[in-house]
Design a protein around this ligand. Structure first.
Ligand SMILES: Cc1cc2nc3c(=O)[nH]c(=O)nc-3n(C[C@H](O)[C@H](O)[C@H](O)COP(=O)(O)OP(=O)(O)OC[C@H]3O[C@@H](n4cnc5c(N)ncnc54)[C@H](O)[C@@H]3O)c2cc1C
Length: 952
């Protein structure tokens, strides 16, 4: 953090709340110039409390250690020494037992004593503002719009304010909170991401003098933090003002719409609050009665339903609530804002950020390193509130399970290693900066004078051009310890730079190895041997691999299978494929593509990164001849020439561009082996409910096919080029091709489902809708069928939908009405060929060699308790008289698959984010060329792992 000179750029911070002020302090400390534009007449916060925890405190320390001093000056913690570790005692708010005698239902401890506390917001802001130079803020500046003129005459970002004034800066940091205008400008004002949605909860907030609180509850309950649980409502209390005041927040679930979108705060009366808490016991009612001063009720809005696709757009970066507004049920919103500030300030301070033109890349790095954690919060927070209010259909009032659930979620909030995250962000920044400054690294392609064949010598001789060598490789090369040990390659023709035409009838490869003679040529020649793929020997099955740590998470292998961990320490391995020489290629999300070779023991003996591209996040496929590699980011698909012998790529080009963005960011790519010019590309919906995607023209919730022999200059446009391979497919992350050349997809279906009939709404989400195995047909011909999304979904748990007689595999609509009901799905929507359990999240599928079984990774649920998935399943298939393939089980079966490997106790798996979980998150899967080893990846961000499975 030593920036001796000012960086040659100036940043505008829109908004002077906790985020804007902290960020300004952190930037000032790093000698980075900035100006705050605040709409109010001065810095100001409301007179309520805010709790900050170890993560927030560490973030403050990174921003500027003086912030922690200011915080500690006013932070208030539980008063009783016996409670100094307690986050909240959870109490039954409906109880009529007087508070002093009331026993907690359970207690959740914080991380440790003195690692956080509650502060009065206004006092805290006052302490922070003391650290700012007086001239840093401009008040009464309400941002109206931003114009990007960085390529124009000024070279700046231009801001206009409602008072008619303007200002310019090199970049704009939107810290303007929940109703962020900067967000509107960045995502477009008509985008659903522009505005927060009502979470159907509101809160009364108030302060109570401590002597009144003690009178109502007794000293123990008043002087230490409490969470009063109850049906559809909950109340929490903690100390502020050095214990002189109790901060109370009383939350109410509200089926109605918020009355005034223009204002999140409505005046309220104590009577209304008391009315709302009818049914609660006298402890809570007495406390509400004691609130002094203004009485407001706050509508709780968030971005949970419409998370922004990116925290940045060009030179605009969203920070704090502007980026990820959340309901407050983890008491963590401000803490996450502070984490943002620490990360962004550290990124901008990095030596690699040298000029204004580097800011865009710096913001992308901020987005890549913060978004997953930040967007977890609004999701988890909503869920936490429902748990506190006994609204969770799975957890109900089982306090052991509730307590564990809360502990796990809070641990995710508090136990973050922020220093490590920031170090990783800087690493990521370095990679991005390198990439942005250099053209993509390309390696030399196969020399033009190299060819290879695997046919017998006499034929080779007949075709031998002048000045070429014929070399036989050792037919049992494993003993020779060379890097392509499992090929049965017998004969290669290598062009001779020695310009001699010498025939070598048999030259063991060892000889070449020993002398290093023509080694590169020999290896290069192997690349061309795609036709030898079928001749690849099985890999040995190692029982362990030297240097590879034990499997990170407990797991259970079916008795007919065995498993060994092959690799660890990878970055989110998502997809695994093979080249014809038996090298394994892995797409590591946010890093690129690596290639791995195998030693004689079946363990990986070398790993090389061949593509560096932090945008790559899932899609990876190779033509059967091993010569063309495809990979995708959220918006773009690329192709490279690939050389299996040298394991290098060259000639990178964009083949598909302009893919839309949304919460589902993976773009699965699959080359059709029987028609290798055809590549299928899947795009998911941009939200849980993406209503527009019912039209295939949106290019969402669909699969399209592209002929790669005819790619136009600059690449195909995803939305307007190619042909349809099915639409109404919510998120078909897994696609594979059966031995007959037909495509099969596995689909992730929706979350948080309720069935509403005649105004009566029932939570059906725990077992509905089912995930889907869809038959997509012959990919060489268009498939214009609709598969139901976002209207027709598939039943897994028929028992939960009590208003109609369903069986597994039937399709239903969530709110049937006169114009479209369940029956309307029949004939219009193609149902799945087999249904899989709800929320298991199938994300990769692959057939074994003869098409007898399909294998599917189930990434695992987040929207279900007990959790499900976290496994690999085997779905038996059969070949029909027509030579086609289909699952053995009938479409209404719930038993058409079996688990061959999975988490030891999947029900207890918790996933706080896509890649964050206390279990492995199985992602990619693929059979080796010999068809005897099944490789499976886990993309858990704690450790990316690859496992080898084989039948015993
Ligand atoms: C009831 C409740 C309880 C909470 N409790 C906790 C808690 O205990 N712990 C915790 O960590 N978090 C808590 N939070 C969350 C926390 O309050 C927020 O995450 C945090 O305050 C957000 O800070 P911010 O600076 O990003 O946004 P804000 O505090 O909203 O600040 C935004 C600033 O931008 C200004 N602004 C807005 N629009 C414009 C414009 N167009 N031009 C110029 N200026 C503009 C505003 O005037 C304001 O000053 C709670 C939230 C609520 C609602």
């Amino acid at each position: 953090m030593a920036t001796p000179q000012k960086k040659p750029f100036h940043l505008a911070i829109i908004g002077g709340g906790i985020t804007g002020v902290t960020l300004a302090i952190a930037l000032q400390r790093r000698n980075i110039q900035c100006t705050i534009y605040e709409q109010s007449a001065g810095f100001g916060e409301i007179g309520a409390g805010v709790g900050l925890h170890p993560n927030g405190v560490r973030a403050m320390e990174i921003c500027d250690p003086r912030l922690v001093d200011g915080f500690n000056k006013i932070a208030t913690r539980n008063k009783w020494p016996s409670k100094d570790r307690v986050w909240f005692d959870f109490l039954d708010g409906t109880s009529t037992v007087p508070a002093p005698e009331l026993k907690p239902l359970f207690t959740v401890d914080g991380r440790g004593p003195n690692e956080g506390g509650g502060v009065h917001r206004a006092r805290f802001l006052e302490e922070m503002v003391k650290l700012l130079p007086g001239d840093i803020a401009h008040f009464n500046k309400r941002l109206d719009t931003i114009v990007d003129d960085t390529q124009g005459p000024t070279g700046k970002m231009l801001m206009r304010f409602y008072d008619g004034s303007t200002a310019e800066a090199d970049a704009v940091l939107g810290c303007d909170g929940i109703k962020s205008r900067t967000r509107e400008v960045a995502v477009g004002k008509d985008s659903p991401q522009a505005r927060c949605k009502y979470s159907h909860k509101y809160a009364y907030r108030g302060l109570i003098p401590m002597e009144d609180a003690i009178e109502a509850l007794g000293a123990e309950k008043a002087e230490n933090a409490q969470l009063w649980m109850g049906p559809d409502r909950h109340v929490l209390t903690f100390l502020v003002n050095r214990g002189a005041t109790m901060n109370l927040v009383a939350f109410v679930s509200d089926p109605n719409e918020w009355p005034n979108r223009g204002s999140l705060v409505q005046p309220a009366t104590k009577e209304q609050a008391l009315e709302d808490f009818k049914g609660f016991g006298p402890n809570v009612l007495n406390l509400i009665d004691k609130i002094k001063g203004d009485f407001d009720k706050w509508g709780l809005f968030d971005l949970a339903d419409n998370p922004v696709s990116s925290f940045c757009k060009g030179r605009i970066c969203l920070v704090g609530d502007a980026a990820h507004a959340s309901t407050p049920h983890h008491g963590a919103g401000a803490g996450f804002c502070l984490e943002d500030c620490a990360t962004l300030a550290s990124i901008l301070d990095d030596d690699s950020v040298q000029s204004a033109s580097d800011l865009e890349v710096a913001f992308q790095s901020f987005d890549a390193n913060r978004r997953e954690r930040d967007q977890w919060l609004p999701q988890s927070s909503r869920r936490a509130a429902n748990i506190y209010e006994w609204r969770s259909s799975e957890l109900g009032r089982d306090y052991d399970v509730i307590r564990q659930d809360i502990i796990d979620r809070q641990a995710y909030v508090w136990n973050v290693d922020l220093d490590k995250m920031i170090a990783e962000a800087r690493e990521d920044l370095a990679e991005r900066m390198t990439r942005s400054r250099e053209p993509p690294t390309l390696v030399p392609s196969v020399p033009s004078n190299v060819q290879a064949v695997s046919s017998p010598a006499p034929r080779i001789l007949a075709h031998l051009p002048p000045n070429w060598h014929l070399i036989y490789a050792d037919p049992s090369p494993r003993s020779a310890q060379i890097p392509f040990p499992h090929t049965t390659l017998r004969s290669i023709i290598i062009g001779s730079p020695l310009r001699s035409a010498r025939l070598l009838p048999f030259t063991p490869v060892t000889a070449f190895h020993k002398t290093k003679m023509r080694w590169s040529q020999l290896v290069a020649a192997v690349a061309a041997l795609s036709s030898s793929a079928q001749a690849v020997d099985p890999l040995p099955f190692p029982t362990s691999c030297t240097g590879v740590t034990a499997t990170r998470y407990q797991n259970r292998v079916d008795s007919g299978w065995k498993m060994t961990k092959l690799l660890g320490g990878l970055r989110q391995p998502r997809t695994v494929i093979w080249d014809p020489l038996g090298n394994m290629l892995v797409l590591q999300a946010t890093r690129g593509v690596s290639v791995h070779t195998f030693g004689a023991d079946g363990c990986v003996n070398s790993s090389t990164q061949i593509v560096t591209n932090v945008g790559l996040n899932h899609g990876l496929s190779l033509t059967p001849d091993g010569k063309t590699l495809y990979a995708s980011s959220q918006t773009t698909a690329w192709a490279w020439d690939y050389d299996a012998a040298t394991r290098k790529v060259s000639n990178q080009k964009v083949v598909i561009r302009g893919i839309g963005q949304g919460i589902h960011s993976t773009r699965t790519m699959v080359v059709v082996p029987q028609a290798p010019n055809i590549v299928l590309v899947a795009v998911g919906s941009n939200n849980n409910w993406d209503y527009q995607s019912g039209s295939p023209a949106t290019g969402r919730a669909c699969i399209k096919a592209f002929d790669m022999s005819k790619v136009p200059a600059g690449g195909y446009s995803y939305n307007t080029d190619g042909y349809q391979m099915g639409y109404g497919l919510r998120n078909e992350v897994g696609i594979t091709i059966d031995p007959a050349g037909h495509a099969w997809g596995v689909e992730n279906s929706g979350d948080d489902f309720r069935r509403t009939v005649n105004g009566q709404s029932t939570d059906i989400h725990i077992d509905n809708p089912g995930e889907e195995l869809n038959y997509l047909g012959d990919p060489t011909k268009p498939n214009n069928n609709w598969y139901g999304y976002p209207t027709c979904f598939t039943v897994w748990g028929a028992n939960l939908i009590r208003d109609a007689q369903f069986k597994t595999g039937d399709q239903f609509v969530v709110t049937p009405n006169a114009t479209f009901n369940d029956a309307s799905c029949v004939g219009k929507s193609v149902p799945p060929r087999l249904t899989l359990p709800a929320h298991t999240a199938p994300i990769t599928n692959a057939f074994d060699k003869d098409g007898a079984n399909m294998y599917v990774t189930l990434h695992g649920s987040w929207d279900r308790q007990p959790a499900s998935g976290y496994s690999v399943i085997e779905i038996p298939f059969t070949k029909t008289a027509e030579g086609l393939y289909e699952p053995v089980a009938k479409a209404d079966s719930q038993t058409g698959f079996k688990t061959i490997w999975g988490a030891a106790n999947p029900g207890s798996c918790q996933s706080m984010g896509l890649q964050q979980s206390n279990c492995f998150r199985l992602a990619g899967l693929g059979w080796d060329p010999a068809g005897t080893r099944l490789m499976v990846t886990s993309d858990n961000s704690a450790e990316g792992e690859i496992f080898m499975l084989a039948k015993k």
